[in-house]
Design a protein around this ligand. Structure first.
Ligand SMILES: [Zn+2]
Length: 415
């Protein structure tokens, strides 16, 4: 198995990263997201050109190969870290008097770009939290290069003696396309493979597709590839290893699907399902399923959202009172907020960090002044959760919470 180094180990905004070379003529440029370069006798295919700022780096790699003409640029899916690096490649081709590369993507990708353009401020906001991007830097893509050619379920073309078979799949996105090159027994998997528990249930993002993701991995395994180039992290080599990797993750996704759907069919409600679902030791121990980006709990949330409405089963929650009104009633009964805080501190010291946070929130929600001891306790609890959290997404949400509380503390201090 390739050395474990997935999404959690590479800085998002860095251009640092190595290149893995595979004979004959396959190159994996490993930055935060991977860029695949495939040489043929009649030019090059670039799969997943990456972030916009990767473009010059891709051109640099192409120069090292003698600047062969780039004939096709394929977007594996429309996320900002995969489908925005085409501009520099096209400009370089133009400067060299080479033909303009054709950009190919799944037919849903232009709709994604349209949505991103409509909701740029929202995506700026959530990606700044998800990836801990500093305020002074843009947090989302702005320059959209739409594909020249789109397809629905599959598209094949030949170039320089190689066959490029593009297949659509739903997985992390509804516009995913993965690539199979039969003559090289090679798959470019984009984010169907990221060396992490699959990012099915991202807390900020639109619906993702657990069963279809499993199907795609099973289809890939069925082709017996010898080389799998992932969307993030190092390549996987060898048919046996690739099969084991893909089928393990597929089984894990099918397991969570069966757990949630099974409990829904028994009449269980989301809260019970979220506390009762199982994650077998085999998956917890698997190097393919480390919760360093996605998380099994997030996957369960996504499956619930997909098949279940938003009612949680308690009729008292259908039109709930505000957190503030509830907290004020609780505080009225308790009398002294310090009582709640003392108990919250006891819980925090006993390692019951989550419960401690809920109690601190009663104090904060009930009082516009946001008492300083409650803020301090909240910051301390969120920091403790961040410190032991392996998932980059979850950790960054906790840290954003710490920053928010610190801001409130600073404001209070200035006042
Ligand atoms: Zn990605």
């Amino acid at each position: 198995m390739a050395e474990f180094a997935g999404l959690g180990s590479r800085p998002l905004l860095s251009m640092e990263g190595g290149v893995e070379h595979f004979d004959p003529g396959i190159h994996l440029l490993q930055l935060w997201a991977n860029v695949c370069i495939i040489e043929t006798g009649e030019g090059v295919v670039v799969f997943d050109p990456g972030f916009e700022f990767y473009g010059p780096r891709v051109v640099q790699e192409l120069k090292a190969l003698g600047s062969p003409p780039v004939r096709y640029i394929i977007y594996g899916h429309g996320h900002a870290d995969h489908a925005f690096g085409a501009g520099a490649i096209r400009e370089d081709a133009e400067a060299r008097g080479q033909p303009r590369p054709m950009i190919v993507a799944h037919e849903n990708l232009p709709h994604r770009f349209d949505r991103y353009r409509e909701m740029l401020p929202y995506h700026e906001h959530i990606n700044r939290i998800q990836f801990a991007i500093p305020d002074k830097l843009p947090a989302f893509a702005r320059n959209y290069i739409y594909p020249d050619l789109t397809f629905s379920s599959a598209l094949s073309f030949r170039l320089g003696g190689l066959t490029f078979e593009l297949r659509h799949a739903q997985g992390e996105t509804d516009d995913t396309c993965w690539l199979w090159i039969p003559e090289r027994k090679t798959v470019c998997a984009t984010d169907l493979w990221v060396w992490s528990c699959p990012n099915v249930g991202n807390p900020f993002k639109v619906q993702r597709y657990e069963v279809e993701w499993a199907e795609a991995l099973e289809t890939i395994a069925g082709l017996s590839p010898e080389l799998l180039l992932p969307g993030h992290g190092p390549a996987i080599q060898g048919a046996e290893e690739i099969k084991r990797a893909c089928t393990t993750v597929a089984r894990a996704l099918r397991h969570l699907h069966a757990e949630v759907v099974g409990m829904l069919n028994q009449g269980k409600w989301p809260e019970e399902i979220l506390h009762r679902f199982t994650w077998p030791q085999e998956f917890a121990d698997s190097p393919y399923l480390k919760p360093i980006y996605g998380h099994p709990y997030f996957i369960v949330q996504a499956i619930l959202r997909r098949y279940h409405g938003w009612h949680d089963g308690n009729a008292a929650h259908l039109f709930p009172a505000s957190s503030r009104a509830i907290a004020q009633e609780v505080l009225r009964l308790v009398g002294d907020p310090q009582k709640l805080l003392t108990r919250a501190q006891e819980l925090a010291q006993a390692g019951q960090t989550q419960l401690a946070l809920h109690l601190a929130d009663f104090v904060l929600d009930s009082n516009d002044q946001e008492p300083r001891p409650a803020l301090e306790l909240k910051a301390q609890c969120l920091q403790a959760l961040a410190d032991r959290e392996p998932s980059l997404i979850a950790r960054n949400i906790f840290l954003a919470g710490v920053r928010q509380v610190q801001k409130a503390l600073g404001k209070e201090a200035r006042d």
